[in-house]
Structures are given as structure tokens and as C-alpha cells.
Design a protein. Structure first.
Length: 405
């Protein structure tokens, strides 16, 4: 498959068609982002509804994350030879179905299974959607197109999650998952109408993609940057509800404003990331990683000083978006023939970062270093991610030298 198989910018009305197609793909990101994070907002209601403790109910969040990590390689390998528009429709149709199953779950066990199943299409959808979006535009605009897909995820944190949380608190947690199913079905309709037919890459197969992907050193190094370097955001985000009152000295009523800072940072950072990708994907990762270390230190410094913490949190999330988008682009570039798997594995890495950051944050808190110490954990993780970027650059130089030799 060539780039011209995907692009609509060569036909009359191309800009309008492309804009609607990108909107359809972004709606899928909005549906997934809303569903992924809203569970945390209605966790007490879920616990009451299925008669378990809140910590036990929290395992449904982990079940979804495990589903994402498992689903990315399985579905991407399976999908390598299939038409991409059909895959997008299938993934979002399954997403709607499993959200309905979550809403109807009569017990904790059924809900755990439903959340695991709902996580399966998550990364595969973003991978395929990113490939389709990149093919809809000229090469120099690929970063902006991929960012537009991820923009739906950013807006979800700003708008979708608060609204869905309110819905769950007032109409019951089951209404939250029914609303998520509705968003997924809306995505199905938009993709069916506006996204052009996209065949699979000629000669692609799951076996060849897996062989090419998992034997690629640059792929593993890039995934390490995502799985480790992005963990700092989650180390802080997971405990923001305690950092604000216990460290910043603000009331608990101020916590939503800091959650808003996370959402605003993602919304502002995503389009900036797309523009930076036009400049240089790798240099953007380096700049984002260095700035990530510095802003985590800034969070540590600002944490005891009340509202001065707010802009620091905003900067952390904006820079995290720069990393997320450019890691997506980097994996698509270095994956070679395994583009389907490469485009999706970024989301598996990010879910590992989620688990790693939250776990390490809990470790230092339990060790007696306090909630403020999570920012230093974040700085250390960003620094390790920068080290892996350096190794990636050295490997690339050696490969280039060997090729010239």
C-alpha cells in the first residue's frame, strides 16, 4: 500500500473530507479517553453497586490496563492483513459492546471480565487510527494528523471525564458505561461515513510483522522510553488527591482544579507536539525528556506553596503530550515493515508507565518520604527515559556507520 492509497488531499473538496475523517478518528479517541479515566471518578459508586470495598473495586482499573497491554500485540498482529477501515469499525463496535456488558454486569467477577475485554481494542484502535490519519495528509503534516487523533483523548480528560463522572454520580455508575457505549457507536457512524476505504499494506501478515517488530532494537529502546520515561506523570497524577491538601495546604475542594490542569495541559500540549514533530521527532523527544526532568523538579519545589503548584502540574502534562505524540511517530518510523504493530505498541508502553509510576510513587510514600516525593520519582523516571534515548541515538549511529562501511 502506498501513501496515495490513503490520501484525500489530491481530490476536489479534499480539505473538507480530510477534516471530517480526522474528526471521526478523534471521536474514537474521545470515547476511549472518557471510558478509560471515568472509572476512577465513579469508583465509590461502583464499589457500592457491586458490594465490594473501594480498593477491591479499584482492580477494575487494573483489569482494563491489562486488557490494553494484552490486546495491542494480539489484535495488531491479527489485523496486519485486514482493511483498516473495517478494523476501525470492528474495534469501536467491540468497545461499545463491552461497555454495555460493563453496565449490565451483575457481579464483581463479570465486571472485571468486561473491563478486561473493553481494554483489548484500546491500543489497536489508536494504532490503526494513527496510520490512517498519517496517510490522509502530505508527509510533512503527518505529526499534526496523528496529534489530531490523540487530541480526542486530551479533550476527553477536559470535558468527557468530568461530564461522565457527574452522570455516574447522579444517575448511577451503570449510566456512565452506557454513555461510553453511545460515544463508541457515534464513532462507528462517523468512521463509516467519513473515513475512506483503506486496504492493508500489500504483503502484510501478522507473523512477518511480529518477527520484524520484536527483533528490532530501536523498537525496544523506544518502548522503554515510553514505559519508563512517561511514568512520572502517573506517579504524580495518581496521588494528586493527597498532594493538594496534604502538601500544598489547600482544601480538598481545590483538587478538581488540579485535575483540570492535567486536562488543559494535554489539550495545549497535543497540537504543540504535532508541530514539533514537523521539526524533528527525535529532537522533540530529547527536548521533552529534558524538560520533563526539570518540570518534575519544579513540581517538587512548588508543591508546598499552594497555588504555585497549579502551573507546574500544567507544564508536566503539556510536556507529557509532547512525549506521547512523538513516541507514537517514532515507533511508526522505526518499526519498518511492522507499521501496524509499531503504531499500536505505544499505548501498551503508556499503560506500563501508568502502572510503574503509580507503583513507584506508592513505594516511596510507604517508605515515609511523603506525597511530595512522587515528583522526584517522576524526575528520575524521565531521566532514565532520556538515557534510553541516548542509547537509541548511539545504536542508530553505529547502524549508520556499519551500513556505510
Amino acid at each position: 500500500m502506498t501513501q496515495t492509497d490513503l490520501r484525500t488531499h489530491d481530490v476536489p473538496g479534499r480539505s473538507v473530507h480530510t477534516a471530517w475523517a480526522l474528526l471521526a478518528l478523534a471521536m474514537g479517541g474521545f470515547a476511549i479517553g472518557t471510558t478509560e479515566f471515568v472509572t476512577m471518578g465513579v469508583l465509590p459508586q461502583i464499589a457500592d453497586g457491586i458490594d465490594v470495598s473501594v480498593p477491591t473495586a479499584g482492580h477494575v482499573v487494573s483489569a482494563y490496563a491489562v486488557g490494553v497491554v494484552v490486546g495491542v500485540p494480539l489484535l495488531s498482529i491479527f489485523a496486519a492483513h485486514l482493511p483498516r477501515k473495517g478494523l476501525l469499525l470492528g474495534f469501536m463496535g467491540a468497545y461499545a459492546l463491552f461497555n454495555v456488558l460493563s453496565a449490565l454486569a451483575p457481579s464483581y467477577g463479570v465486571l472485571m471480565v468486561a473491563r478486561f475485554l473493553d481494554g483489548l481494542p484500546h491500543g489497536a484502535y489508536f494504532g490503526i487510527a494513527s496510520l490512517v490519519a498519517a496517510g490522509l495528509v502530505s508527509p510533512e503534516r503527518r505529526g499534526r494528523a496523528v496529534a489530531s487523533v490523540m487530541f480526542g483523548l486530551s479533550v476527553a480528560n477536559l470535558v468527557g471525564v468530568p461530564v461522565a463522572t457527574w452522570l455516574g454520580q447522579n444517575l448511577g455508575w451503570r449510566a456512565t458505561y452506557l454513555a461510553a457505549a453511545g460515544l463508541a457507536l457515534l464513532t462507528v457512524a462517523l468512521v463509516a461515513v467519513f473515513v475512506p476505504r483503506v486496504p492493508a499494506r500489500e504483503g502484510a501478515s501478522g507473523r512477518s510483522e511480529a518477527r520484524s517488530f520484536f527483533s528490532n532494537t530501536q523498537v525496544w529502546l523506544t518502548m522503554a522510553v515510553g514505559a519508563i520515561g512517561s511514568g512520572g506523570l502517573f506517579a504524580v497524577y495518581s496521588y494528586i488527591g493527597k498532594i493538594v491538601p496534604d502538601v500544598a495546604g489547600l482544601s480538598e475542594q481545590a483538587v478538581p482544579m488540579f485535575v483540570l490542569a492535567f486536562g488543559l495541559g494535554m489539550v495545549v500540549g497535543t497540537p504543540i507536539a504535532g508541530e514539533l514533530a514537523r521539526w524533528s521527532v527525535f529532537k522533540s523527544l530529547v527536548v521533552g525528556s529534558v524538560a520533563g526532568v526539570l518540570t518534575m523538579v519544579l513540581v517538587w519545589i512548588a508543591a508546598p506553596h499552594g497555588w504555585w503548584l497549579w502551573p507546574a502540574i500544567f507544564l508536566v502534562t503539556a510536556l507529557s503530550s509532547v512525549l506521547t505524540i512523538n513516541l507514537q511517530m517514532r515507533l511508526m518510523d522505526v518499526a519498518g515493515d511492522a507499521v501496524t504493530l509499531g503504531a499500536a505498541m505505544n499505548h501498551a508502553a503508556l499503560n506500563i508507565a501508568n502502572a510503574l509510576g503509580a507503583w513507584l510513587g506508592g513505594v516511596v510514600i510507604a517508605a515515609g518520604y511523603g506525597y511530595r516525593s512522587t515528583a522526584l520519582v517522576g524526575a528520575l523516571l524521565a531521566l532514565v527515559g532520556l538515557v534510553f534515548l541516548g542509547i537509541s541515538a548511539l545504536v542508530a549511529l553505529r547502524q549508520r556507520s556499519a551500513s556505510r562501511g
